[in-house]
Design a protein around this ligand. Structure first.
Ligand code: OMP
Length: 242
């Protein structure tokens, strides 16, 4: 397994030209990248096809959240685009998640893409959960409950913060994926993220994949920052006592 296989680089840039410039700087051919709303809404499905044709693995992060019929039909189309991983919001409910999985299976040309459910965004704090979303439980309990629902609805894993990775595996199984954004190198500011961890800490806590954006993309030397993330991840062991 190559050392960067579990590091997903968030290509949060507004155009294909900027994406190509960033990828050239980082120089990690075939790495895992994430196309999110900023890039996809400008460049469309062609950006995913171009990345796949160049050998990258692609997480298409569009966080679908709609009625089941719409999500099913949208996923049918997205599966044809060829992404390796896609996501929905778990808050859409189990019927919607099941419809997403079915749509992907219907549209997939080969293997169906990994489908994840976003539990609570890493920009959500306990305080926000209670005062704005009006959920009064501890955030980790909410995430465990969403993970369990997602597993029963046929999802392959969830998006959560590294701090909930072990809890979601306890609620589901060790194979159920914890894909964790909110990753920062120790010296970097959290910005809008509320539940953050360093790459090494995320590995210790049980993340299967980490999603890293600004700690790399906004660094003065993105290639060096990418290498540091890969090294920190690779030099850390998962602790079995989580
Ligand atoms: O689904 C996601 O990828 C996602 C879920 C979540 O809860 N939090 C989160 O930050 N993300 C994405 O992960 C990336 C994190 O970017 P940075 O904060 O710059 O590292 C962004 O592209 C977000 O859209």
């Amino acid at each position: 397994m190559s050392s960067n296989e579990k590091i997903i680089l968030a290509l949060d840039v507004p155009s294909k030209d900027e994406m190509l410039a960033l990828l050239a700087k980082i120089n990690a051919p075939g790495c895992y990248v994430k196309v999110g709303m900023e890039l996809y809404y400008q460049e469309g499905a062609d950006i995913v096809r171009a990345l796949k044709a160049s050998g990258y693995r692609v997480f298409l992060d569009l966080k679908l959240h709609d009625i089941p019929n719409t999500v099913r039909r949208a996923m049918r189309g997205l599966a044809r685009v060829g992404a390796d991983m896609v996501n929905v919001h778990a808050a859409g409910g189990s019927v919607m998640m099941r419809a997403a999985a079915e749509g992907l299976a219907e549209g997939a040309v080969g293997k169906r893409p990994i489908c994840l459910a976003v539990t609570q965004l890493t920009s959500t704090s306990q305080e926000m959960l209670e005062s704005e979303i009006l959920i009064q439980q501890p955030i980790v309990d909410v995430i465990q409950s969403y993970a369990s629902l997602a597993a029963r609805a046929g999802m392959d894993g969830v998006v959560c913060s590294a701090w909930e990775a072990a809890a979601i595996k306890r609620a589901t199984s060790s194979q159920f994926l914890a894909v964790t954004p909110g990753i920062r190198l120790a010296k970097d500011a959290a910005g809008d993220q509320k539940r953050v961890a360093t790459p090494g800490r995320a590995r210790t806590l049980g993340s299967d994949y980490i999603v890293v954006g600004r700690s790399i993309t906004a660094a003065s030397d993105p290639a060096a920052a990418y290498r540091q993330v890969v090294e920190e991840w690779g030099n850390t062991e998962w602790k079995t006592d989580n």
